[in-house]
Each structure stands twice: as structure tokens, then as C-alpha cells.
Design a protein around this ligand. Structure first.
Ligand SMILES: [Zn+2]
Length: 83
């Protein structure tokens, strides 16, 4: 398990859904498939109310959010717990 703080943990389902919609996936399953086979995967900022997304490394858990100016971007693989 990578470091995701407890505050951010509770946003995971919301963030996954947001990421799915933003990236144009029809289901979380589709997103899961994408993030398991690519080395660069969609990631999203974990801050409440921020929807910054970026292509990140599969194991990215503190990617830079240009909106928050903090390392708060987690990859979808981290959010899904598949790596
Ligand atoms: Zn952000």
C-alpha cells in the first residue's frame, strides 16, 4: 500500500468516478484495464474540489497538481489498488 493519507482515502470513490468521466471512460472496469497495461496512466488530484488530471507514472502517488501547487496527484492504479 502506498502512502495516501486518511483524509484523501475517503475521496477515492469520488475521485475515481471523476477521473473516469473526465478521461471519457464508460466504466471503472474500463479505467482499470487502461491503468493496468500502460506505463503512463491517468491520475487525478486528491484535493477536495480540485479536478486536475494528468498523465502520470503508474505508481505515482504524489504527482504535482498545477492547480493546488502541491504533490497531490495519484494515479488511477493507486486509487484502484491494482499495483
Ligand atoms: Zn489539485
Amino acid at each position: 500500500m502506498k502512502r495516501i493519507d486518511m483524509g484523501a482515502m475517503m475521496f477515492i470513490p469520488t475521485k475515481l468516478h471523476e477521473l473516469m468521466v473526465i478521461e471519457g471512460f464508460e466504466s471503472v472496469d474500463e479505467l482499470t484495464e487502461e491503468c493496468m497495461f500502460d506505463s503512463l496512466v491517468p491520475g487525478i488530484c486528491m484535493t477536495k474540489g480540485c479536478s486536475f488530471t494528468a498523465e502520470v507514472e503508474q505508481d505515482c502517488h504524489e504527482g504535482w497538481c498545477e492547480v493546488c501547487d502541491k504533490g497531490t496527484v495519484n494515479s488511477c492504479a493507486i486509487l484502484l489498488g491494482v499495483i
